[in-house]
Each structure stands twice: as structure tokens, then as C-alpha cells.
Design a protein. Structure first.
Length: 131
């Protein structure tokens, strides 16, 4: 199989895992030696950084992302947090979930991209029990 088809197949696997997990879409943003995967939830239409992965090739980045999704990375260093938030000017509260190492990483993922922190109100951040 050629490299383009291998990348397409791996992206499809990752999209399927995300879709089956929380019905979100995902966007792949490749840079020179890294890959950012963003999720977009159909309920609130906001995009959040799911993972920022490094690797020497696109395929290796995708393999690392798949391992992350399957939680093959060290579970003891990652925690699941729920964030209850609302976009300013709106009334509907939303809950989003992040699998991160610490609170700083959570906020970086929440505000990644062109989000302005003054456009969101975060009501609660809660550490979720381990599964």
C-alpha cells in the first residue's frame, strides 16, 4: 500500500474511534514534525485540541496519536477532567472532557487556536474518577 493510502486509513481509524467515543468530528493539522488533532462536538460546535503529537513522519505521528487514543501511553500520568463552560452571550452550559497530565495542559487544550479566554466562562473543572 502506498504512503498516502496508509495515512488515509490511519486517519479513518482515528476518526472512527473519536466518532464512536463521543460523536465528535476531528480535524488533522500537520506541521513539519508534529500533528495536532482537534475535535468538534456537534452539540456546541466548538473545537478543542485533543492531542499534540510529535514524530518524524506523518505516519509516525498518526501511530502515536492512535496509541494515545487507545490509552497505551502511561495511564498513571494522565487524568480525565470534565469542564463545565458556556460561551459568553449564550445561556446553554456545556460539559467537555479532557485527558491531560495537569491543569495547565487542560487550559492549553481548551483555549488552543484562536480562542479568546474572555469569550468563555468556565464554571467548574472536575477530576473524573478513573475507569
Amino acid at each position: 500500500m502506498n504512503a498516502i493510502l496508509e495515512i488515509f486509513d490511519m486517519e479513518h481509524k482515528i476518526k472512527s474511534i473519536i466518532k464512536n467515543d463521543n460523536n465528535s468530528q476531528c480535524i488533522f493539522d500537520y506541521n513539519e514534525n508534529s500533528l495536532k488533532i482537534y475535535t468538534k462536538n456537534p452539540l456546541h460546535l466548538e473545537m478543542f485540541l485533543m492531542v499534540d503529537i510529535e514524530g518524524p513522519t506523518k505516519m509516525k505521528c498518526l501511530e502515536n496519536a492512535l496509541s494515545y487514543l487507545k490509552k497505551k501511553v502511561k495511564k498513571s500520568t494522565y487524568y480525565t477532567y470534565s469542564v463545565e463552560w458556556v460561551k459568553c452571550g449564550q445561556t446553554t452550559k456545556h460539559t467537555s472532557y479532557f485527558w491531560v497530565r495537569n491543569m495547565t495542559e487542560l487550559l492549553e487544550k481548551f483555549y488552543d487556536g484562536d480562542k479568546n479566554e474572555h469569550d468563555y466562562i468556565i464554571y467548574t473543572i472536575s477530576l473524573r474518577p478513573e475507569n
